[in-house]
Structure formats: structure tokens, C-alpha cells
Design a protein around this ligand. Structure first.
Ligand SMILES: Cc1cc2nc3c(=O)[nH]c(=O)nc-3n(C[C@H](O)[C@H](O)[C@H](O)COP(=O)(O)OP(=O)(O)OC[C@H]3O[C@@H](n4cnc5c(N)ncnc54)[C@H](O)[C@@H]3O)c2cc1C
Length: 586
């Protein structure tokens, strides 16, 4: 097996991974950096982000306001020291990106433009039209090319972490072009593998978002934190799940039910606001969890619009006018036309809530360090936690930058501490075992079990039991179904035995990761007997700070369901209060 020795391995070359790689290369040109990605970096999901990245930019905004919106938006489950660090670093990172060439959209006076976003009291979302992720990722990618010390391994699929002597020693990965296993030895590994929206049937997430890094860390003994908090975005296109960015509402788009009524006024989101310039933090600019929950209630009341793709409500942007739509939302215009056959200049487009983002993930501290020495994590796969029970839109892209850099700085410090020599013999032994496990997948006897059946049953179980609203019996059914599916997937045989770009093989490994992550979501949701943010229990409708102002921690237990325990939330200056989006002064 080929062995590649590095000082730091980064798994994942999306926004977080590329930002980490640049920070490592800048910190020490002598560091040997390996950057692994299962797709070409520009195909990472970050590229799909549309709406923007949050950071205080204007004189009428302040760090305190960004802090307050984020912590309140997260229903007080955020670690406030991490939030404070995040909001202070945010403008610096966004400005740095500008210096690296990111074409932020401008105001007429030439200053950086900011748009309103859900749950934010003030305009603070920097954007590059409605293709922010594309430009952000491009900027990072082109900047990373300047550093010779960043060695890229594209289309290399990580299957295992190497751990011995209680610390990380590297990872193993299959080169997809050849099917060969490679051993990447390093005293420090940074996981930047993104989210896991694909555990649900209807999601904005690209096909590669299968929770691989979460599963790898979890199996290596690192707990998954706050996994029950899954974000639905209120405005996805039916059928495909393609996202219509929150920027639509940020620019003044409104939501109507089948009678043309702006129903959000009935759900504690303030009185009806005039069409045109949206009123911050109320109605359509309320937070995502509340808007998705309002859809569910409207559906129950029979107020949704039946379409051939299921029940929808209408996103109406017709009053914005063609010029504004084409300037600010050109991509949305294109997407609605191509995937729903609707010209948003002339008609409202049917939309419905869609799984978008995992607030939970690999447990890290404020330094992006996991409890496993040498293992760091950043981006959507990690839970640091700045998003608490509900992420505010546009905080994630900024999080990639702030904590991608932070993870790199922590890894450099760790590597320089000198106590981190790789134990070659132990790593070799583990790499050989990992290779044997991969071979065993190819050697499985034929069976009638199929990947499609297991995957469909998993996503169905998640949607029915762990969706927008949850309750005990259904969550139990979901957890039971997942336990059985984890068993069943061990008998799925590969029909394609070839080595070259064997996507059946990678999908099987991804399915195993998704099942582990899905089980952690369901079991964590079952254990949290309260309603908070995106986690709404029909049988426990109130928030219960007494018992549950805590992070949940799911610990891997092999074939058994995870063991749960809890960690205190870091509260520095904002005591839990009422989330008020009614427009009353708060
Ligand atoms: C459609 C859409 C729109 C969004 N819009 C916004 C927005 O406007 N603003 C905002 O703040 N947030 C937005 N988000 C959320 C945000 O884009 C994501 O949370 C963020 O981009 C995740 O970045 P990441 O670097 O953590 O992971 P990703 O960009 O998902 O990258 C993951 C990387 O890990 C690699 N990887 C994964 N598994 C393996 C493996 N086994 N082996 C090797 N490599 C692996 C992949 O190849 C990839 O390079 C949006 C999300 C979606 C889906």
C-alpha cells in the first residue's frame, strides 16, 4: 500500500477544508499538507450556496446585535464564547476574502452590499448576487493554488481514521481512479467533510453529503453533539428539493397560502408588512425553524396548494419587478424556470420546506479540537457550537472561514508541540485492517438485499419519524427501523467488482455512514423531551431549560444504539429568554 507522509491531513476540500489548507500553508511554508476530497474541490457543496455570508459591515450594526440574533436564533443552545469569537472574526474573514478576489455585490456608493436574512435584526449578509458559495469557493480554491505545500488528492475517498495510542495517526483512503487503498500518515487530521442531509428523502443537499466525516469520528470514539437539530429550509422547489435562497425573502419575496393570504401573521411573526422592502426579523424574515413549522400547520389546516409534487405554499416575488429580480436573484430566476416551469417575474412559485442543514456534528471545543488528540473538525460536519438549536441563514459560510482557519491554527500548535510522532507499526496494522475490510465488501456472498431498498427505507423512516414535528412513538419506530437497517446493510453485496471509479462501492460505504448518523439523530431526538428550535415535540411542546439546556452527546456503541449523555452549554452574557419575532421591540 502506498504511504503518504504529511504533517497535517485535511479531509474535505469545500469551504472549510480549503480555508484550513490556506491557513496551514500561511502559518508555516515548511508544513507538508495533504488535502483529500472525494470530488474535485469545486464540486463540494459549498459551491451550491446562494444567499450569502453574515458579518457586521455597517455602522448601524454591532457585534452585540449579531451575537444576540445568533444566540436567540439558536434558542440559547449556542456556546456563547464560540459565538463571540465567531462574530468578532467574521468581518475580518469576509474582508480577507475580498482581498483574495471575492466579487462581493456592491451598493451604489461602492461599499459592500448587505442584504437582510431570516432572524437577523439588521442587514448583515454579504452576497455575490445569488451565487455566493460559487464565488467564495472559487476564491478559496484559486488562493490555495498559490501554495506549493498544499498537495491535493482529488477523487480520493476516505474510509477510515487511523487511531492508536489514544491519538490520531492519519487516515486511509481509496483512490477512486484506481481503486487502490492509500495510507495517509500524519499526527494531525482535520475533518471538513460537510453535512448529512442525504439521510432524508427531500433535501437541498448534494448527493455527496452523506455524513462520512461525522461517522468516521463517531466510530473513532468522538461523540456527535446535538444531532437532533436538523434544519428545514422553508423554500425548496418541490420534486427536486432545489433551494430557492432566503435571499428571495431578503429581497422582499412573500409567502402566501392557497387563498393568497400571507399566513405567517398567524404564527407569532408579527402583523402583515407592506410589500416591497421587507421588515427585518418578522413575517417572511422570521427564522427558518418557525417558518417551516408554520407550513406544517397550514398543511394540517388544509391551506396549502396541492400540486403534482405534493402540498406547497407560494413564494411570490412578482412585486419586485424584473430589473431587481435579474440583478439580485438571477440564479433563482433560472432555477424556478428550469425546474418548476415558472417565470418568477410574472407568477408565484410553489415551494415547501426541505431538509437543509445539520446543526449537530462532531463535538469540538472552541479551538475546533475534538476530544481525540490530533483530530480537529470544522465546517458543517462539526458542532462547535455557534448554531445551537437553529442556525441563522448565512452564518454557515462565515463559520467555514472562521473555524477552518481556527482548526488549522490549532493543528499547527499541536504538531509543533513535538509529542506527536506517528507510531508507524500501529498505523500499518490498522491500514491493513482497513484494506481487508474494504476487500471484504467485495467478497460478500450474493444476496437479495439491495442498497436502494435500505436507503429508501432509511430516508422514509427519517421523514416520518424525525421530521419537522416529532413525538415519542414515531421516533421509537424510526430508531427501531434504523437499528434493523444497520443490520440489513451488512448483507448487501456489490455487483460491480471493478476497481475503476466504482461508485457502487463508494455508495455502500456512504450508506453505512448515513445509517450511523441517522441513528444518532433519531436516538438524540427521542431522548430530548422538550421543544427547542428545530426540534419540536408534539408530546413535549415547551422548552425545558431546567432539564435540557444542555448539549446532547451521542457515543458510538458498535452494533448497539448510541449511549447518550449531556454537556453544559456555555452561557456568558445572554440568559435564556423568549424568542420574539412579532416585531415588538426586543
Ligand atoms: C443549496 C445550499 C445553499 C446554501 N446556501 C447557504 C448560504 O447562502 N449561506 C450560508 O451561510 N450557508 C448556506 N448553505 C450551507 C453551507 O453552504 C454549507 O453548510 C457549507 O457550504 C458546508 O461547507 P463544508 O466545507 O463544511 O463542506 P462541503 O462544502 O460540503 O465540502 C465537503 C468536502 O468533504 C469532502 N468529503 C466528504 N466525505 C469525504 C470522504 N469520505 N473522503 C474524502 N472527502 C470527503 C467532499 O469531497 C467535499 O470536498 C447552503 C447549503 C446548501 C445545500
Amino acid at each position: 500500500m502506498e504511504t503518504i507522509e504529511s504533517d497535517v491531513v485535511i479531509v474535505g476540500a469545500g469551504g472549510a477544508g480549503l480555508r484550513a489548507a490556506i491557513a496551514l500553508a500561511e502559518a508555516d511554508p515548511g508544513l507538508r499538507i495533504s488535502l483529500l476530497s472525494k470530488v474535485y474541490p469545486m464540486r463540494s457543496h459549498t459551491c451550491a450556496a446562494e444567499g450569502g455570508a453574515a458579518g457586521v459591515a455597517r455602522s448601524d450594526d454591532s457585534m452585540d446585535l449579531h451575537f444576540g440574533d445568533t444566540v436567540g436564533g439558536g434558542d440559547w443552545l449556542c456556546d456563547q464564547d464560540a459565538v463571540e469569537f465567531f462574530i468578532n472574526e467574521a468581518p475580518k474573514e469576509l474582508t480577507r476574502l475580498e482581498h483574495w478576489g471575492c466579487p462581493w455585490s456592491r451598493e451604489t456608493d461602492g461599499s459592500v452590499g448587505v442584504r437582510p436574512f431570516g432572524g437577523m435584526k439588521i442587514k448583515r449578509t454579504w452576497f455575490a448576487a445569488d451565487k455566493t458559495g460559487f464565488h467564495l469557493l472559487h476564491t478559496l480554491f484559486q488562493t490555495s493554488l498559490k501554495f506549493e505545500s498544499i498537495r491535493r488528492f482529488d477523487e480520493v475517498f476516505t474510509t477510515d481514521l487511523l487511531v492508536s495510542d489514544g491519538r490520531i495517526q492519519g487516515c486511509c483512503a481509496v483512490e477512486m481512479r484506481t481503486g487502490e487503498m492509500k495510507q495517509f500518515l500524519a499526527p494531525a487530521v482535520i475533518l471538513c467533510t460537510g453535512g448529512a442531509g442525504r439521510i432524508f428523502p427531500f433535501t437541498t443537499n448534494g448527493a455527496i453529503k452523506t455524513g462520512d466525516g461525522m461517522a468516521l469520528a463517531y466510530r473513532a470514539g468522538v461523540p456527535l453533539k446535538d444531532m437532533e437539530f436538523v434544519q428545514y429550509h422553508p423554500t425548496g422547489l418541490p420534486a427536486t428539493g432545489i433551494l430557492l435562497t432566503e435571499g428571495c425573502r431578503g429581497e422582499g419575496g412573500v409567502l402566501r397560502n392557497k387563498d393568497g393570504y400571507r399566513y405567517l401573521q398567524d404564527y407569532g411573526m408579527g402583523p402583515e408588512t407592506p410589500l416591497g422592502e421587507p421588515v427585518l426579523k418578522t413575517m417572511e424574515l422570521g427564522p427558518r425553524d418557525r417558518l417551516s413549522q408554520a407550513f406544517w400547520q397550514e398543511q394540517k389546516k388544509g391551506n396549502t396548494v396541492p400540486t403534482k409534487w405534493g402540498d406547497c405554499v407560494l413564494l411570490d416575488m412578482t412585486h419586485l419587478g424584473e430589473a431587481r429580480i435579474l440583478e439580485r436573484l438571477p440564479f433563482v430566476h433560472e432555477l424556478a424556470h428550469a425546474y418548476a416551469g415558472v417565470d418568477i417575474v410574472k407568477e408565484a412559485v410553489p415551494i415547501r420546506p426541505v431538509v437543509h442543514y445539520m446543526m449537530g456534528g462532531i463535538h469540538t471545543d472552541i479551538n475546533a479540537a475534538t476530544p481525540l488528540p490530533g483530530l480537529f473538525a470544522a465546517g458543517e460536519c462539526a458542532c462547535v457550537s455557534i448554531n445551537g438549536a437553529n442556525r441563522l441563514g448565512s452564518n454557515s459560510l462565515t463559520e467555514l472561514l472562521v473555524f477552518g482557519k481556527r482548526a488549522a491554527e490549532s493543528a499547527v500548535k499541536y504538531v509543533r508541540s513535538g509529542t506527536t510522532k506517528v507510531d508507524r507499526a500501529a498505523a500499518d496494522q490498522q491500514a491493513n485492517a482497513a484494506e481487508a475490510r474494504v476487500q471484504a465488501l467485495f467478497d460478500r456472498p450474493e444476496s437479495t438485499e439491495t442498497m436502494t431498498a435500505v436507503r429508501n427505507e432509511m430516508t422514509h423512516a427519517m421523514e416520518t419519524g424525525a421530521g419537522i414535528y416529532r413525538e415519542e412513538a414515531m421516533l421509537k419506530d424510526t430508531a427501531d427501523a434504523l437499528a434493523k437497517l444497520r443490520q440489513r446493510q451488512t448483507s448487501i453485496a456489490l455487483r460491480d467488482k471493478s476497481k475503476v471509479f466504482n461508485t457502487e462501492f463508494t455508495q455502500l460505504v456512504e450508506l453505512g455512514c448515513m445509517l450511523d448518523v441517522a441513528q444518532a439523530v433519531a436516538v438524540s431526538a427521542l431522548a430530548r423531551k422538550e421543544s427547542r428550535g428545530s426540534h419540536q415535540r408534539l408530546d413535549h411542546v415547551e422548552r425545558d431549560d431546567e432539564t435540557f439546556l444542555k448539549h446532547s452527546m451521542a457515543h458510538y456503541q458498535g452494533e448497539d444504539a448510541p449511549r447518550m449523555d449531556y454537556l453544559d452549554v456555555v452561557i456568558t452574557k445572554s440568559r435564556p429568554g423568549v424568542r420574539d419575532y412579532s416585531g415588538a421591540k426586543s
